[in-house]
Design a protein. Structure first.
Length: 421
């Protein structure tokens, strides 16, 4: 599922073209001077190696600014942005066509988080463990869910470009101070949340308690991933999800809810709690009947499913050292600070969450509950055939939630599907 990556600002995605660096011409010798009379030769500056970065269009200045900053920091490499489509499916097909043919046209790739397992299994992308070790970088320095999304067979393949994550929005003007503190700490369960939703539903002009994504699409997998604690408590998590489905605190048509219905319900003041992505904060500011001053954010009990985009290295790149330098720059402090302050993207470099400029640029980042949510992200299943796996899981979970399939049958089908990946 491709998540729109404009997390705090309501931008319309358009294609942008990246500027490319140019080389100064090499100095030429005077034709009239004999070898014995020639002045010492002026060193000819080495031509920079071009690193091709295949990334989707960006309606903000962030990606271009990050690339320009990398180029300004370099003597050996010049990054060029190959501006891809913003259609996630079309971009995936374009990349696969190129990589399957063994092409080295792209050195660094921007990947949707759910593609990483597929690309790694197919041998399209390069493991980066040795590069990380040489650069004294550790997995723990980056967003946990993003890194887990690109870890396969005990090898690391990706760094975060910009993460996205599931979070819980709640009406702090309705919820008690005691319950708000419990939610923001993350020390609560889905049973606790459902009980709160039943208690507060109808208060403050609301119509329902808790809204989230439960329709038959990828959003259902993200929510099931969260309810089950990354599939560690499969039966318990699914039972909690069924309890929420049947609760009087959720809409009767909750099994048809996507992000759109969820956001609309919450920003119009119709619900007390909403599980959604960070973009909803911007929607509250620009479209909401309620105000952000009435809202707070909490981490989800089992962690929030990670979305967003990753950076990976083409296995067939002829410039792997340069590709790594670009990946490292974009994914660590300098690049992530630019992405956050210039584009409103969430930082995938954990230390950026303590940077004053980053915090000042994104008001949501200062919320304690949001910071905890960023620290507890979880990956969706890692699979060489993710689309097939997701479809199987969706079908079985939706049948269970709608009452047409029992829990044991559902859990067994999910476990079997997971084993086959």
């Amino acid at each position: 599922m491709k998540k729109f990556f404009a997390v705090l600002l309501s931008f319309t995605m358009v294609l942008t073209m990246a500027a490319c660096g140019t080389q100064a011409p090499a100095p030429q010798e005077s034709a009239s001077a004999s070898p014995s009379e020639s002045a010492p030769a002026t060193p000819v500056p080495a031509e920079r190696t071009v690193i091709k970065f295949a990334a989707q269009g960006d309606s903000t200045p962030a990606t271009k600014t990050a690339i320009d900053a990398f180029n300004a920091s370099q003597e050996k490499y010049t990054a060029e942005w190959v501006d891809m489509t913003n259609d996630s499916g079309a971009m995936r097909e374009q990349l696969i066509t190129s990589l399957k043919a063994g092409s080295s046209d792209y050195d660094v790739l921007s990947l949707d988080v759910v593609w990483a397992g597929e690309f790694a299994a197919a041998g399209y992308i390069e493991p980066i463990d040795s590069y990380m070790k040489d650069s004294k970088l550790s997995v723990s320095q980056f967003n946990a869910g993003s890194m887990a999304s690109g870890s396969k067979s005990a090898k690391q393949y990706v760094l975060p470009f910009f993460p996205d994550l599931g979070i819980l929005y709640f009406r702090k003007d309705i919820v008690s101070a005691e319950d708000a503190a419990k939610l923001e700490s993350g020390n609560y369960t889905y049973d606790d949340l459902i009980a709160m939703a039943e208690t507060y539903a109808g208060q403050g002009g609301t119509k329902t308690g808790f809204v989230y994504q439960s329709s038959l699409y990828e959003g259902l997998i993200c929510n099931a991933n969260e309810f089950t604690g990354n599939w560690r408590d499969l039966k318990g998590g699914l039972a909690a999800m069924k309890k929420a489905t049947d609760s009087k605190a959720t809409p009767e048509n909750i099994l048809n809810y996507t992000e759109g219905e969820t956001a609309n319900s919450f920003i119009k003041g119709d619900s007390v709690f909403a599980r959604n992505w960070p973009y909803q904060w911007g929607a509250i500011k620009s479209e909401g009947t309620i105000k952000t001053e009435q809202v707070s954010i909490a981490p989800l009990p089992g962690g929030g499913s990670v979305g967003g985009w990753l950076l990976a290295m083409n296995k067939n790149s002829a410039n792997k050292e340069g590709a790594w330098e670009l990946m490292k720059f974009i994914a660590t402090m300098d690049g992530q600070k630019i992405m956050s302050t210039k584009g409103g993207y969430l930082p995938g470099w954990n230390a950026a969450l303590e940077d004053a400029e980053v915090l000042a640029s994104n008001e949501m980042l200062s919320l304690p509950g949001f910071q905890k949510a960023l620290a507890t992200t979880i990956a969706r299943p890692i699979s060489a055939e993710y689309a097939k796996l997701s479809d199987t899981l969706q079908q079985n979970i939706h049948k269970y939630l709608s009452g047409s399939q029992d829990l044991d049958t559902t859990a067994a089908a999910i476990e079997q599907a997971m084993k086959e990946q």
